[in-house]
Design a protein around this ligand. Structure first.
Ligand SMILES: [Ca+2]
Ligand SMILES: [Ca+2]
Length: 458
């Protein structure tokens, strides 16, 4: 989440009411047909978490309504590389219209179809282009994860809130005609004064209000069901979940299913574990992110011994090196990717790193290693300031040994593997050694300067 009130304008919308019953019936029929089509196209998707997630955007991708087309052109290559899901930015019309990155949501049902907030298309494109992207992703067996902003809304008209007598921007009359809102749907209202948190000065949705629950996930034509059944999304990335209680995410997930991950922006592994348990969904592993920052940027790989969400609950940890909000690990970024792609948790690759900044071939090699070798639990074998060695103990695979070097010179070390009398090799190709492990499973491995090697039976 990012503050994005660079440019605000307030348009007084022309209210057009188009609710004739015939149109509603036709829409319902269309929806039923679309649901069947979407379900059919989803069969055979790669199970989420068996591969690697791609965050398919960065902050300020080019405006102009072409981003969905750009991503569409890449999903085949990504799938071939071992990606199993793509995470898209918030896809509906926001206050900042064609310039918005989507985190100031206005109309949850306008995916680039209604002329409001300065444009028909969103920054990323039209509804048709989005559906075409999702269809192409499904053809390539990829799941598509929606970014959902539930904490706050933006772009409403001003009205006086009778609860406190203050004016607030809480009157929402979106052109989709769906989820029309007023002060009753925000804090404070007659029943609830506040929730876990607010974001900036944005009107704060009151999820305890039954009507809000109905509109967001409970009704048959709720936001959640529309995203899933009509647009075709498979999973959810919940924005700024510190702003409301974890049961909101749990109820949404229970209503529509699908892989779910929350952005609980906190470096404390215990807190992340608590939130993930309460919400019953995955959480981004900010603890891992900050420990990697300390380790690689701070030149102390001992910090990789510290607490992280994946160490507490690997099945619920979504690991990452950078995202659209935070990107601090500039030096040693490939080492950080070598870390998350050889360790437990569900790793995410950031679009800019993959497509622009880092070596794609090297990342593809690590994705292959993740998908083919990195099974089982983890044993840390050695750490110091500039060296880190860990073993994945294997589960339906041989496992691996990863050796990370943050020094400016080659290093080598005797370590204990799980393999006796076995010839091993470095699957990254950084070392050409092919040593044979001893009867007691010990072997000497090496690693180039500022690099990594990954060892497994040849
Ligand atoms: Ca377009
Ligand atoms: Ca809130």
């Amino acid at each position: 989440m990012k503050i994005l009130l660079k440019k605000c304008w307030f348009i007084i919308p022309v209210l057009i009411f188009l609710a004739c019953s015939n149109e509603q019936e036709i829409q319902q029929l269309q929806t039923a047909v679309e649901i069947e089509t979407k379900d059919a196209s989803r069969t055979g998707l790669k199970p989420i978490g068996t591969g690697v997630m791609m965050q398919a955007f960065y902050w300020d991708v080019p405006p102009g309504g072409n981003w969905w087309n750009t991503v569409r052109g890449k999903v085949k290559d990504w799938s071939n590389a071992g990606i199993d899901a793509i995470w898209l930015p918030p896809a509906t019309k926001a206050q900042n219209g064609p310039f918005s990155m989507g985190y100031d949501p206005f109309d949850y049902f306008d995916f680039g179809k209604f002329n409001q907030m300065g444009s028909i298309e969103t920054r990323f494109g039209s509804e048709k282009e989005l559906k075409s992207l999702i269809s192409e992703a499904h053809n390539e067996k990829l799941s598509v994860i929606a970014d959902i902003v539930l904490n706050h809304n933006s772009g409403g008209q001003s009205e006086v809130n009778p609860v406190n007598g203050q004016p607030n921007w809480t009157k929402f009359v979106p052109k989709s005609g769906r989820f029309i809102r007023d002060y009753n749907d925000f804090h404070p209202n007659h029943n609830y004064s506040s929730d876990a948190g607010v974001f900036g000065g944005f009107p704060d949705l009151s999820h305890s209000q039954i009507r809000v629950q109905n509109e967001l996930w409970k009704n048959s034509n709720s936001v959640a069901k529309y995203y899933k059944n009509v647009i075709g999304f498979d999973g959810w990335r919940f924005d700024y979940v510190k702003g409301f209680e974890p049961w909101v995410v749990r109820e949404w997930k229970n209503a529509v299913g699908g892989f779910s991950v929350g952005e609980y922006w906190d470096g404390n592994a215990g807190t992340l574990d608590w939130w993930s348990g309460q919400a019953e969904v995955s959480a981004f592993d900010f603890a891992c992110y900050y420990r990697m920052r300390d380790a690689f940027k701070g030149n102390n790989l001992n910090r990789l011994n510290d607490d992280m969400l994946w160490k507490r609950n690997a099945a619920k940890a979504v690991t990452f090196v950078a995202n659209h909000d935070t990107d601090e690990i500039h030096h040693g970024k490939m080492l950080a990717y070598a870390y998350i792609l050889t360790h437990e948790g569900y790793p995410t690759i950031f679009y800019s790193d993959y497509e622009e900044w880092l070596n794609k071939e090297r990342l593809n090699n690590l994705i292959w290693i993740h998908n083919n070798l990195a099974g089982g639990d983890t044993t840390i074998l050695y750490t110091d300031n500039d060296e880190y060695v860990a073993r994945r103990n294997g589960y339906n695979s041989a496992g691996l040994v990863v050796y990370i070097n943050n020094a400016n010179h080659w290093q080598e070390r005797w370590i204990q593997t799980n393999w006796s009398n076995t010839r091993i090799k470095d699957y990254t190709g950084h070392s050409n050694w092919q040593p044979v492990t001893q009867g007691g499973k010990w072997v000497k491995i090496q690693v180039p300067p500022k690099s990594y090697t990954v060892w497994a039976p040849k």
